[in-house]
Write a protein of this length. Sequence first.
Length: 249
Amino acid sequence: MRWIGAVAVVALAGAATAQSSTPKASAANAVVARALADPARADQQGDDERRQAAAVVAFSGAKPGDTVIDYLPGSGYWTRIFSGVVGPKGKVLAYWPAAAAARAEKSVTALKARGLANVTAEVQPTNLPTASQPVDLFWTVQNYHDIPNAGAGEPVLRAFDTAVFKLLKKGGTYVIIDHADAAGTGLADTRTKHRIEPALVRRQVESVGFRFVGESKVLANPADDHSKPVFDPSIRGHTDQFVYKFRKP
C-alpha cells in the first residue's frame, strides 16, 4: 500500500503487562468481556482468540464514555468491539485517509449499514489523521509499516505521529500493533515483507513527544524468524507482532 507516501476475561491474564486485580481493573475487564460476548458479533467471534482481542483491548485502557479513533479499520473488526466497550456515551471514529478512499468504500458502507449509534465511519479529507475534538485513544493495527512506503521514509512517520499527538487529549493513548521485523532492519522490509522493526517504531513515536507506557507480549511468536513476508502461507495469521502503548503527557 502506498497511500501515505503520496472469549473470555481469562484471556486477559496472558498480557505481559497484565491488569492488576483491583476492583477498577476487574470492572474494566468485565466491560471488555461483555463487548466481546455481544451476540451481534457472532460473525467475528471465531477470530477473537487468534487476535487476542480480550487482552489487547484491555491493554489499551479503553472504557465507557471514551472517544476512540480506529484508523484504517479494514472491515471494522476492532471498531465493532470498541463500540461495545465505549457504550452509548462514547464514540468510535472509524477513519480512512483520503488516499484510501477507493478501497474504503465497501467497508464504510458496511459499517454504516450496521446502524451502530456510537460509530462514525468515513474517509477523511486529508492523508494525515485529524479530529474535530480531542480523543482518548488512537488505535491502529497492522498499518504503521505502510506509512513510510513509496520512498516517504522516516519524515512521514514523524508527520503522522505528530498528527496523532495533536488530536489526542492530554493523557490520551496511542496504541500500535504491527508485524515485527528483526533488530536492525529499520524500514528495510516495510514494503516487501510488510514488517517493521519495533525499536524504530518506539523511537519515532517518542521523538514527537509521546511517552512509552509499555507493551503486551500476547501476540509475540518466537517461532516466527522474521524472514518471510507476512502473507506467506506458512506464517500468515501467526506472525510475531508487537503491541505498543504510548501516552501524551
